[in-house]
Design a protein around this ligand. Structure first.
Ligand code: ADE
Length: 237
């Protein structure tokens, strides 16, 4: 899968995404990530990409022309799905990450200053995404979050040990607690059942722990989970 990140700060995203699992995936050509400098596409002879807003108000706005030309340079005549990172977007979820991982190519558009001229957003953006109810100084960190969450769902990016099957949000539950050696650390012992070798019992224990943890930390998710369980019970009755 190809990711194109349109940004005024390419160095910010280029390095951050080139290590660890995503770095390995890029080396294996499972994914590619290119950062495109929007400033390279300005027609302004001083390299300007922003201007004052019509109607007044504080701050500068990124202009339509350089953003549009940067998108066209990446997409050509094709229509590539384009995510604009903004606190005004739909909240980003694992479900959305899964949906986007089905694309062959994805453009991520990062705003700065007070945002981007609405007219170019109307022409190129297909998805508005927020990574949470807080305001960042720009879209780059949000784009990196989206690329990371989507790229790890691309087939073969994770190996078996890193499998996405049992992790948090699978079945609407948070992941159960996990333990490694030693068996006793700071006087805290690994739960007995995990040493039993009884896989049925271990699965049941993990399920229960997942439910308990979700209820405690994410009551909103837990309510959704309970509702789904009710429907499943009803259908199988
Ligand atoms: N840009 C600034 N804040 C953001 C947020 N919370 N999510 C996505 N993009 C942003």
């Amino acid at each position: 899968m190809k990711f194109h990140i349109l940004t005024l700060f390419p160095e910010m995203v280029q390095h951050g995404l080139a290590t660890s699992i995503l770095g390995r995936a890029a080396e294996k050509n499972l994914i590619s990530i290119d950062a495109v400098n929007i400033r390279d596409y300005t027609q302004d002879k001083h390299g300007k990409v922003d201007d004052y807003t019509y109607g007044g108000g504080a701050g500068m706005l990124m202009q339509a022309q350089p953003v549009y030309d940067a998108y066209r340079a990446v997409a050509g005549e094709k229509k590539i799905r384009c995510v604009y990172l903004t606190p005004q977007g739909e909240p980003f979820t694992q479900k959305k990450a899964k949906e986007l991982s089905g694309e062959e190519e994805l453009v991520l558009l990062c705003g700065h200053y007070e945002g981007i001229d609405e007219r170019v957003l109307e022409e190129v953006v297909t998805d508005y995404i927020s990574i949470g109810d807080y305001v960042l100084t720009g879209g780059e960190l949000a784009a990196m979050v989206v690329v990371d969450a989507v790229a790890r769902l691309v087939p073969e990016v994770l190996n078996n040990d890193e499998s996405a099957e049992t992790e948090s949000f699978h079945n609407d539950l948070l992941e159960y607690p996990q333990y490694s050696r030693p068996e006793n650390w700071h006087g805290k012992k690994v739960p007995e059942v995990l040493l039993s070798g009884n896989h049925k019992k271990i699965s049941a224990w993990r399920r229960e722990q997942s439910e308990r943890r979700t209820e405690e930390r994410r009551p909103d998710l837990y309510a959704k989970y309970q509702e789904k369980q009710r429907v499943i019970k009803k259908l199988s009755a």
